[in-house]
Design a protein around this ligand. Structure first.
Ligand SMILES: NC(=O)c1ccc[n+]([C@@H]2O[C@H](COP(=O)([O-])OP(=O)(O)OC[C@H]3O[C@@H](n4cnc5c(N)ncnc54)[C@H](OP(=O)(O)O)[C@@H]3O)[C@@H](O)[C@H]2O)c1
Length: 241
């Protein structure tokens, strides 16, 4: 099977590496030929142009969401048998305006290109006409999948964006305070890891600990005042919802 990957960014490179491990014949398409050549040397595959992807069985567009339509237009008329894929969580596969199309969205964070092993067992949200092909791709990437209707996509993606931004904002704010204390930020990370692991096993509302839960009211008031006085940027995390 020949698969073309258009856009060698964080997701494109990771997916390319994952598919290369499974012996997929890759066409690598980038605006930067040197980048595509370097990747082809590293993982195998051939550097290709927009025109040449027409010879592939499938083309995966791993370009920014805002330019998917533009790149699709540049590909022009495609053979009917070819499956066109994108990896956006927000947009439906139908924006590809091609009969056999599917969106496979990794529910994962790619701040940079990752080692393909990291994709093992992650969930992919599949949506579009060519669902069966989407499942096959996710299988090649050792992932798990959930098939959804296109109407759900903008909402679930917005929630995921809030999750990632919220988690990282909190961690950044805590790090800022911790550093002022002159302590190593590695100290609290096992605690964070423990909480995250427990999230998969217990209801979230059963996991809160600390003076408020124990009804240590005096200590709670003291700590709220300390946060407001010294680390005001953390105060929003102590508010009850
Ligand atoms: N990052 C994540 O955590 C994540 C998670 C799930 C899904 N996704 C989805 O995956 C897709 C790609 O995201 P990404 O994070 O990999 O983006 P990225 O790292 O910015 O890479 C996108 C690549 O697309 C190409 N590109 C950029 N602008 C272009 C343009 N105007 N015309 C043509 N090609 C262009 C570039 O590759 P070349 O330089 O090789 O041309 C660029 O490296 C998006 O749909 C995104 O929503 C991302």
């Amino acid at each position: 099977m020949i698969i073309a990957i258009v856009g060698l960014g964080n997701v494109g490179v990771t997916v390319a590496k994952g598919l290369a491990r499974k012996g997929v014949d890759l066409l690598l398409v980038s605006r930067d030929h040197n980048k595509a050549h370097r990747l082809a040397e590293e993982i195998g595959g051939r550097v290709a142009t927009y025109e040449q992807v027409k010879s592939a069985d499938a083309v995966i567009l791993t370009v920014p969401d805002d330019v998917i339509r533009d790149v699709r237009e540049k590909l022009g008329k495609l053979p009917q048998h070819l499956v066109l894929v994108h990896t956006s969580g927000a947009y439906p596969a139908s924006i590809l305006e091609h009969g056999r199309s599917v969106a496979i969205h990794p529910v994962y964070s790619f701040p940079f290109a990752l080692a393909p092993e990291e994709l093992q067992g992650i969930y992919w949200i599949i949506e579009g006409e060519a669902v069966e092909f989407g499942k096959k791709l996710v299988g090649l990437l050792d992932g798990r999948y959930v098939v959804v209707k296109s109407s759900v996509k903008p909402d679930y993606h917005a929630v995921l964006v809030a999750l990632v931004k919220g988690m990282l904002s909190l961690m950044g704010d805590v790090e800022r305070a911790w550093k002022l204390l002159g302590l190593d930020t590695e100290i609290y990370k096992p605690m964070v890891k423990g909480i995250i692991e427990r999230i998969s096993k217990y209801p979230i509302d059963k996991l809160l600990t600390g003076p408020q839960v124990r009804s240590d009211t005096q200590l709670w008031e003291l700590e709220v005042n300390l946060i407001h006085g010294k680390f005001g940027w953390l105060a929003k995390y102590l508010e009850d919802n």
